[in-house]
Structure formats: C-alpha cells, structure tokens
Design a protein around this ligand. Structure first.
Ligand code: GLC
Length: 634
C-alpha cells in the first residue's frame, strides 16, 4: 500500500509541476507577444492584419504600377503580415529576408497555401479519404502534406475544410468529409493533428485552418456562394460540430466563409466569430477572411463601401484580411475615428503574433527555408507509397453481381474504355496546388503493370478546349469521335472495364452542377457498350455523388474510385485485380435524381415515413422511393 501511496504522491507532484510549467510557458508566450505589440505603431499593427497573394518574382523586376507595385511597397514598409500562394524555399526566403531586414521591426511573414489533400505527392480528394473511415490514414495523409509543404517554405495551410454538406450539386463536397457531422468531426480533428503535429515550432509542422466558418456547405440549391438560411438545430447539430472538434484539437486558425448565415455575411458575423468561436469555445488563434470576402460584403449589400466593410469585419472578429485591402486602406482611419477600438486591433494582432511565435518564426524566420529538406522530402517514394495505401482504402465497392470482380491476372481480352482511364490530370482533383501536371498514374498504366492483355479504347472526349483551374470547362456533348472504336473493342472483349465520371475540374470551388448525371456523352457510351457486352465493371472517377440509376440497376459491378491523387491508377488496378480488397464506405448519399436534394441518411423520419394506400405520405410520385437512394451512407 505504501508504494501505491508514494507513486500517487509523486504523480500528483508531477501533474502540479506540469501544469505550472504549462502556465509558465503560456505566461512567457503572452509576455513576448505583449512586449512586441507594445513596440508597434498602428500602421504596423494593421500590417499584421493584412494578407496578400503572391504572383510576382521578387528576384525579378516587379511589374510597374498596378497592385504588384503597391503590394511590394507595403511589404517593404511592414504593412503585410502574411502572403499566400508563395511556394519554394528560394522565393519564400527572398520575400522573408526583404521583410525581416528592411522593415522597422522585422516581424516575419507567415506563408499560407491550400494544402488540402497532399502537396507535390497528391493524396485522394478529402471526400474520398473520408470513404476510408480510417482516421489514422487520414491523419497520416495530412502529416505528409504538411511535411512536403513545410519543406517548400509553407508554415500555414488553409485546411482542413470541415463544411458538412447534404447537397452533391455543391462542387466543394469533394473537399470535405461528407454529410455526417460525427464522421466530419472525427476527420476534422485527425487532419488538424496531422497538419500541426505535436510541436508547432518544428520545421515539418504547419498551422492548420478550420474552414469555412460557417455554414458554407448549406448554400441554397447547392449553388456555390449562395445564401445560407438554416435553423438553430442545423447550426448546432450539423454545421458546428466539426468546427468545434477542430478547435478542441487545437487548430490555430479559422477561415470565415463567403456566404451569409441567416442574413449576415460570415466575415461580418459576430455571432459566429465572437460569441461562439472566441467566446463560448475560448479560441486563442486567429481568424482569416476568405479571399476578398470582406470586400464582398458590399456585393452582399451589407456594407456601404470598403471602409464600412473593414469596420464590420474587424468588429465582428475577422482578424486578418485576405486580399480585400480593406484593413490596409481603412483600418487606421477607423481607429482614429473611434469606429474600431485599438482594443479590437490589439486583440487581432496579439492572436496573429501568438501563432507566429508558436510556429517559431519570430525566433527563426528561415526555419522553413531548408533547401536540403526541399530536395529530399518533396515527392519522395515513401510519400507515394503512403498515398497508394490511402487511395486503396478510399475505394468503395458499390456492387459486384455475378462475381465479375476481382479480374483474373490470366484473364485475356480485357477491354478498357473511357477517356478518364488514360487521364493523368483529373485524378489529381481540383485542389492540386504544389503538384506537377499530368503526374498521376492513370488507370491504363496501373492495369498494364499487372496484365499485358489490356486493350484500350478512349471513346469520345469529355472536355473540349482549354482546361484551366479558373475557367469554365467545356463538356463535349457532340463530338462522337472514338465511339465506334469503343463499341468494337467492347464487342470483342470478355470483360469491359469502363471508366466514367467527372473531369478533375468539374468539382471544387465554383463548380456547382444543376444535373448530376454522367457528363457529356458518357451515358450514351455506357448504353452503347452495354448493348454489345453486359460484362461491365464500371469504375467511377468523380468528385461528388452522381445520379446513376440506369447503371445501378443494370451494370453488374460498380466501383467508386473518386479522384484518388498521384497513385490513382495503381490503387484502382490493384483493387480490380484482387490485390486489394475494397473496404471503403460512402460518406455521402447518392441520390436517384437531383430533385431529391438535399438528401442525407440521418434525416428526420417525418410524420408520414411509410407507404400508404393513398398519396398522403412523404414520397415522390415520379421517382421510385424504395430505397430513397441506390447507394447510401456506410
Ligand atoms: C478560396 C477558397 C478558400 C481558399 C482561399 C485561398 O477562394 O474559398 O478555401 O483557402 O481562397 O486560396
């Protein structure tokens, strides 16, 4: 008994010491932050609250005039606290040196980037990773994304995106964890831990950012940036849980969202940022606006002008202004006019400086500028092996009737059809910053590694013209070149592997779709192939649930393979040939028709949930209702 009592005594002593030392560390950090804050002018404080996009070479001549010149001058005068989209040790170091050496206080920049599903080694899109339901694999994916991005000078990711959504028309469902708040919360915490690790000051960890706060995934009609008007129950039971989980996991930044929430734009929403986040949840990090979202409060009709938008955003708790130039142009005057107190500014700057201290940037501004790490870690074989494992775990077997799968390696006459089967870009998904174009392993390449008897026919193209991250894709609806060859191959094959779905840029930001059918001529191709050969393995390569009732009721084998990143083709081929047994489960429901949306498994039962002899029950008269969806969650 004495030994036990002695152990308890020493344990108590340790715990007291540990909490005192934690408190001590916190006091030291607060002391350092306040000491620096006291030295700063109002202009310099406003500078810390300003974030610019990098789009010019500081080693080369800055474009004369225009924003670039102004931004360059602001950088040199200490009026910028953060840059986004500046990558590579050389460019980061040059920009950091300029700020540290040429500004009065030399406060380092924090460099942010969208590290959403990997960086140079691209992992499956987040919705695909959610289908793995494997939190360790998801955490490891974020860890590797952080390792590669930090090796290229980045210290902050604008991730994880934790928006719950029940509407597959919204293109950004690819970026989240699906429709379930519980799974979404677990995945949010896993990604935060993966990005931030156990020591934020280590050179291979980066600050994470829970976004988009809040409600963005509930845009009316699934139309991106559209109004969000939801009740208290939805806010507290569906929207907030993943954000709260991220905060409890220690996420150091939040990003507010483009949408209004119940009439008030999130960037100017004190209920979200002050009452909930910084008040109830006690969040000590900082909030960054989304790109231009402060400016857009004018478009929302909520702010009279940019100065009014800056006033509303600052007072509502939006600490850093991404690319609106509202703070850098108006915040000093707003403080002098008493419309924004110095206390509001000091609180925002204190939060920003605290994260910079925690990252180790103040003590060593070049901590993330190690050329050797950049050379050895970025795109390593080890990272590709990890990406392959996560990709395999993300694949969902939706159907396999008649034992068509797994394919036999000795099987002859396998016909592979579909333009997406040879695509090396689409599998990278739409948030592929940091990757190299056409670097994904295609399905064709993956299958040819396993079997020499793969015959391939591309079929009609999916898109026409230029493919660009920021431009509308033009979907091919008319050019049937390749259709005949595909049908001929289907006819003479024992089994057809048909890869259909969406281009990588058909989902993601700004990519809402009013219809969720197989785009372009793909349904026509599917039916033409089916007419001559019913032994079809349909592989879906898509960024969101699609409406595939025709295929669901006829095609014997269907595999959901999402956009799986760099190792896409290997993961799909190893699964089709039985080297990997698919274990993924859907994180989002597949509707039969787009008219059913929003659709989610954990819906209220209604007072009339079951069929009745008359029409008075919850159903559609023009859609089969049993079940509500061909493929449901889990
Ligand atoms: C975009 C996105 C946001 C991203 C930011 C910076 O508009 O909404 O998710 O992190 O701008 O690229």
């Amino acid at each position: 008994m004495n030994i036990r009592r002695t152990n308890l005594f020493f344990l108590a002593i340790f715990l007291v010491w540990f909490s005192i030392s934690l408190q001590g560390q916190k006091r030291d950090l607060d002391f350092r932050v306040d000491s620096l804050l006291r030295l700063m002018t109002l202009e310099e404080k406003v500078g810390q609250m300003t974030q610019y996009n990098g789009f010019w070479e500081v080693t080369g001549p800055v474009p004369v005039g225009g924003d670039a010149r102004k931004k360059y001058d602001h950088l040199k005068n200490g009026l910028v606290g953060s840059m986004l989209n500046v990558t590579g040790v050389e460019e980061v170091r040059k920009m950091q040196e300029m700020v540290v050496k040429e500004t009065r206080l030399g406060i380092p920049l924090i460099f942010g980037l969208d590290v959403i599903h990997g960086h140079r080694t691209v992992f499956p899109i987040p919705l695909a990773e959610a289908a793995s339901w494997d939190l360790d694999a998801i955490e490891k994916s974020a860890r590797i994304g952080a390792t590669e991005a930090s090796a290229r000078g980045i210290n902050w990711t604008f991730g994880p995106m934790v928006d719950i959504s029940r509407d597959a028309r919204w293109g950004r469902v690819m970026e989240g964890a699906g429709e379930d708040p519980y799974l979404g919360a677990k995945i949010a915490a896993a990604r935060v831990k993966g990005f931030q690790g156990n020591d934020l000051s280590a050179p291979n960890t980066i600050a994470a950012c829970a976004k988009h706060f809040a409600g963005y995934g509930f845009a009316e009609a699934g139309r991106d940036y559209n109004t969000v008007d939801v009740g208290t129950s939805t806010i507290y039971n569906a929207i907030l849980p993943p954000f709260k989980a991220a905060a409890e996991a220690g996420v150091r930044t939040f990003m507010n969202s483009f949408n209004v929430l119940n009439g008030i734009p999130a960037t100017g929403n004190a209920f979200l940022q002050r009452e909930i986040l910084k008040g109830k949840w006690g969040f000590t990090g900082f909030v960054v606006s989304d790109w231009g979202s402060a400016w857009e409060m004018m478009d929302h009709g909520f702010a009279r002008d940019l100065k009014h938008a800056a006033e509303l955003a600052a007072n509502a708790g939006s600490d850093m202004d991404m690319e609106s130039s509202g703070y850098v142009n108006h915040l000093k005057a707003l403080v002098e006019e008493g419309k924004v107190t110095m206390g509001v500014v000091d609180d925002a700057v204190r939060r920003i400086l605290r994260v910079k201290f925690e990252l180790g940037l103040i003590d060593d501004p070049y901590r993330y500028c190690d050329e050797n790490r950049e050379k050895t870690l970025v795109g390593s074989a080890e990272h590709h092996a990890a990406a392959l494992e996560v990709a395999k775990k993300s694949i969902v077997l939706l159907k396999n009737e008649g034992g068509l799968l797994p394919l036999s390696k000795s099987q002859k006459k396998i016909g592979l059809i579909g333009v997406l089967a040879s695509e090396k870009n689409s599998p990278l998904g739409s948030w592929r910053f940091g990757s190299i174009d056409s670097s994904a392993v295609s399905v064709l390449e993956g299958m040819q590694k396993i079997s020499k008897d793969i015959a391939y026919a591309q079929g009609p193209s999916l898109v026409t013209g230029i493919v660009d991250f920021e431009q509308e894709l033009k979907i091919n609806e008319t050019d049937r070149t390749g259709m005949k060859e595909a049908i001929v191959l289907a006819k003479k094959s024992d089994v057809v592997v048909l890869v259909l779905g969406e281009h990588g840029f058909q989902s993601g930001e700004g990519r809402s779709r009013a219809k969720l059918d197989l785009p372009g001529l793909q349904q026509e191709l599917l039916e033409a192939v089916y007419k001559v050969n019913k032994n079809i393995v349909l592989v879906l390569m898509n960024g969101r649930p699609l409406t595939i009732p025709w295929a669901a009721s006829r095609v014997p084998a269907i595999v959901e393979a999402w956009h799986l990143g760099s190792e896409s083709g290997n993961a799909i081929a190893q699964t089709l040939f039985g080297e990997h047994n698919p274990s993924g489960k859907l994180p989002m429901s597949f509707p039969k028709s787009v008219g059913q949306l929003p659709l989610y498994y954990n819906h209220y039962p209604t007072g009339r949930p079951w069929p009745k002899p008359e029409v008075f029950w919850s159903h559609y008269t023009d859609e089969s209702n049993d079940p509500l969806y061909p493929f449901g969650l889990g």
